[in-house]
Ligand binder design. Structure first.
Ligand code: MCN
Ligand code: MOS
Length: 768
């Protein structure tokens, strides 16, 4: 049995919310029937190849494209010279653009791999061949390769990320026990199996885009603004997504140029990025550096934290990775000083990768806590329990729920934490040194409005429709479960249609907010449709149940008089009697989020109305505790994971099988982050060298140990309508720290820079 299948053993017949049915889209996927964006059979499609800059800074002087243009099959060659500007689009936060125009191809170069030309031909092979015929001349300017380059300059501390609570400097000076260390994470790239790309087709002033999307409404807005057409004229289609992890939320320049080519040609155009281009067409997690100082009294009570962070961003854009996201709220610490600086370098603008902020933040903090525990001679789990905050130390608000103590307990019990010898380097098996480490993680509850249509069909089945998408998370399944609960129907009688921007709107499937929001919206719409159905059954003159009872239940596709006043009536029979082909309800949760109907467009197409986790009476977050066992072979310098136990509080789980799978996915990605992943920057050319999956290593099945995940959450009604908190990003947070802490326990050496590589371990080997 694969370690990933450990949850398959527990079946649950229930199809409603809280049941464990497998994914309803699973069969279509394994049978190859699920059509992803680039699989769509679009008539007359031409093929595009993107050409990118080989220099990191400077200017394209000229592109000689005569040879390419006359190559067989070539239809169009777009360069900065011959590509008309588009209108600039507002940002994802809803801010108006700074300039009126946007050029999808521009001569100024800000990073290696920037798109500079597009070649379109009858076939992919012809386009690829022609792209090689372009002769490009550059004026090269000096570049700043990364944030360690001598020319790199850190900007001022970011005001929104500067926290001064109490007097950290004095408290540190007065602390009996103190540690200070620097932690680093590299550029980590989003590497979904499905590459980015799109098919764009114009019909008059109407644009259809088949493109994998975590946010259909937001991306449709960008296309509409770029081309100056109404939002309703753009249809984005994305029924299935082969992973996104944050990278498929926004419309990007390669989408703009492809849609532009389609318009100029009057023909649908398809572009699929090559794997190397997925390292430069959008950014991953920026490289980060954090210096942490922790001070405690001799009983292990935290007195002060001093936190300084630096992260890379690009020269022409800004991405902020909030490095104190976990630092400010994990522990009860009276004195905190935190600052963060951006360092602009010649890279593509970094972007969201699973748990932006919380991830690097927890890596540093949770390693530092382990260092502090060691300095105190205290069990790291005890240290954490001793510093559990009764309320959010940052906002001062009570937690909506924080079952982290329960997670520590359940995780430690399942893992067998008590057998850990507290002294590092003391557990071994033959030549192998065994390490046991732990760390905590957290992710906030974000909320926006949702909107959903629920239809009761003539045959008594139910249809759910929304423009939200399923990245592999299980959205289809949990939304079907939500409707199944309301109607007492089996899942086979519920159809879910997602991934089309012409459907009722949904905000971004990011920030682990989608499940909570959209189950809430579907629940509301389903109840409204059910109530309308009951109302018709009770009052419509044509209803066989009229005057029979004063209320009805809907169970298993039938209207049931509660005290057996009459025989149950199938929904299909009622609709036939009423002469209706459906009863439907469209509902949104704008009002619940303090919004008005006129906010609808902004609410779904920007993140300007998203609420912060402390926006309200409570501070709302998910929590987790990771326990890791590994074996270090000091002769070979290898780290082998043996077992991971993670206990988590994400409130109520809509589908525990899928939520556990999400946590496992986060853990697997965290293993990659800890041991394998990282962009290697060539300082001479400011270029990422390992821009392919042979050199940018991701974990494979053989790298993954058995993983056990345990939910300790209770329904949290403050967090969402049905009581769940987010799980999609939670599992990755703190995992790399738990591995680093376990390596320390095994070897007595701290690996503070990710990925933990053989060279670091080589010097770590000789500690005793
Ligand atoms: N779930 C649950 N109970 C809860 C919360 C969630 O059962 N209380 C389950 C549901 O199956 C739901 C899934 O977990 O479909 C994820 O829910 P949620 O935490 O709300 O996250 P989103 O739906 O907003 O998905 C986005 C999130 C993010 S931000 C990243 S990054 C990420 C992640 O999901 N990218 C993923 N998980 C991913 N999983 C896959 N397979 N592919 C990605 O690209
Ligand atoms: Mo997730 S990185 O918020 O899409």
């Amino acid at each position: 049995m694969s370690p990933l299948d450990s949850t398959l053993r527990r079946g649950d017949a229930s199809d409603g919310i809280g049941g464990r049915p497998p994914r309803i889209d699973g069969l279509a996927k394994i049978r190859g029937e699920a059509l992803y964006a680039l699989d769509q059979p679009v008539q007359g499609v031409a093929h595009a190849v993107l050409v990118t800059s080989t220099i990191a800074a400077g200017r394209v002087r000229s592109i000689h494209y005569e040879a390419a243009e006359s190559a067989p099959g070539v239809l169009l060659v777009l360069t900065p010279d011959n590509t008309p500007p588009l209108r600039a689009a507002s940002s994802w936060t809803g801010e108006a653009p700074a300039q009126p125009e946007f050029r999808a191809l521009e001569p100024e170069i800000h990073h290696a791999g920037q798109q500079i030309a597009l070649v379109v031909a009858e076939t992919l092979e012809q386009a690829t061949e022609a792209a090689l015929l372009l002769r490009i001349e550059y004026d090269t300017a000096p570049s700043i390769a990364d944030f360690d380059a001598p020319e790199a300059e850190a900007g001022e501390a970011l005001p929104p990320l500067s926290i001064e609570r109490g007097d950290a400097a004095s408290a540190l000076a007065a602390s009996l026990i103190r540690i200070e260390a620097e932690y680093r994470t590299p550029r980590d790239y989003n590497m979904p199996i499905e590459p980015h790309g799109l098919i764009a087709r114009w019909e008059g002033e109407t644009l259809t885009v088949w493109e994998p999307s975590q946010w259909l409404d937001g991306m449709a807005r960008s296309y509409a603004e770029w081309f100056g057409i109404p939002f309703e004229n753009v249809r984005l289609v994305s029924p299935f997504i082969g992973g996104g992890f944050g990278s498929k939320a926004l419309a990007l320049p390669h989408g703009a140029i492809t849609a532009q080519a389609a318009r100029l040609l009057g023909r649908p155009v398809k572009l699929a990025l090559t794997r190397p281009q997925t390292f430069t067409a959008f950014g991953g997690r920026p490289a980060t550096r954090q210096v942490l100082e922790l001070g405690a009294d001799q009983d292990g009570r935290l007195l002060a934290i001093r936190h300084r962070g630096w992260q890379e961003t690009s020269r022409e854009g800004i991405w902020v990775e909030p490095l104190n996201a976990a630092t400010a709220l994990m522990y009860d610490v009276p004195h905190l000083s935190s600052r963060q600086h951006l360092v602009p370098v010649h890279t593509v603008t970094p972007s969201a990768k699973r748990a932006p902020g919380e991830n690097p933040s927890a890596f540093a903090l949770e390693c530092a806590m382990d260092e502090l525990a060691h300095a105190l001679g205290l069990d790291p789990l005890q240290l954490r329990l001793r510093n559990e905050p009764a309320r959010d130390p940052h906002s001062g608000k009570p937690w909506s729920s924080r079952s982290l103590r329960e997670a520590y307990q359940a995780g430690a019990d399942a893992f067998g934490w008590e057998r850990r010898d507290p002294r590092p380097g003391m557990m071994s098996e033959g030549r192998l040194r065994i390490g046991l480490g732990m760390a905590a993680g957290t992710y906030p509850v974000r909320r926006s409005a949702g909107e959903a249509m629920v239809r009761i069909m003539a045959d008594g089945s139910v249809e759910v429709a929304s423009s939200t998408s399923d990245m592999g998370t299980g959205a289809y399944t949990i939304l079907a479960q939500t409707a199944a609960s309301v109607f007492g129907l089996p899942l086979s009688r519920v159809r879910v249609v997602l991934g089309d921007s012409t459907l009722p709107r949904a905000p971004v499937s990011g920030g682990s907010q989608m499940a909570g929001l959209m189950t809430g919206a579907v629940d509301k719409a389903a109840r409204a449709a059910r109530d309308e159905l009951i109302g018709l059954a009770l009052s419509d003159a044509r209803s066989p149940l009229r005057g029979v009872a004063n209320t009805l239940a809907v169970i298993g596709g039938e209207l049931v008089p509660p005290r057996g006043e009459a025989a149950a009536l199938p929904i299909a029979a009622l609709l036939a009697a009423l002469g209706r082909d459906r009863v439907e309800a469209l509902r949104d949760t704008l009002a619940e989020n303090g919004l008005k109907p006129e906010d609808r467009y902004r609410a779904f197409t920007t993140i300007s109305t998203m609420r912060a986790p402390t926006d309200g009476d409570y501070s709302m977050h998910s929590w987790c505790a990771h326990f890791v066992e590994l074996a270090v072979d000091e002769d070979f310098g290898t780290i082998r994971l043996r077992r991971i136990v993670t206990a988590f509080d994400a409130g109520r789980l809509y589908n525990p099988r899928l939520a556990e799978s999400q946590i496992k996915g986060g853990i697997v990605m965290g293993i990659g982050q800890a041991l394998l992943e990282g962009g290697i920057v060539d300082r001479r050319h400011a270029r990422v060298l390992n821009n392919n999956l042979a050199d940018y290593l991701l974990p494979t099945q053989a790298d993954i140990p058995p993983i056990e995940v345990i939910s300790v959450g209770e329904p949290d009604r403050h967090a969402s309508v049905l009581g769940g908190k987010g799980v999609g990003e939670l599992g990755i947070v703190g995992l790399a720290a738990a591995i680093s802490n376990a390596v320390f326990h095994a070897t007595g050496r701290r690996l503070r820079s990710l990925p933990m590589d053989l060279a670091q371990l080589g010097s770590a080997g000789h500690h005793t």
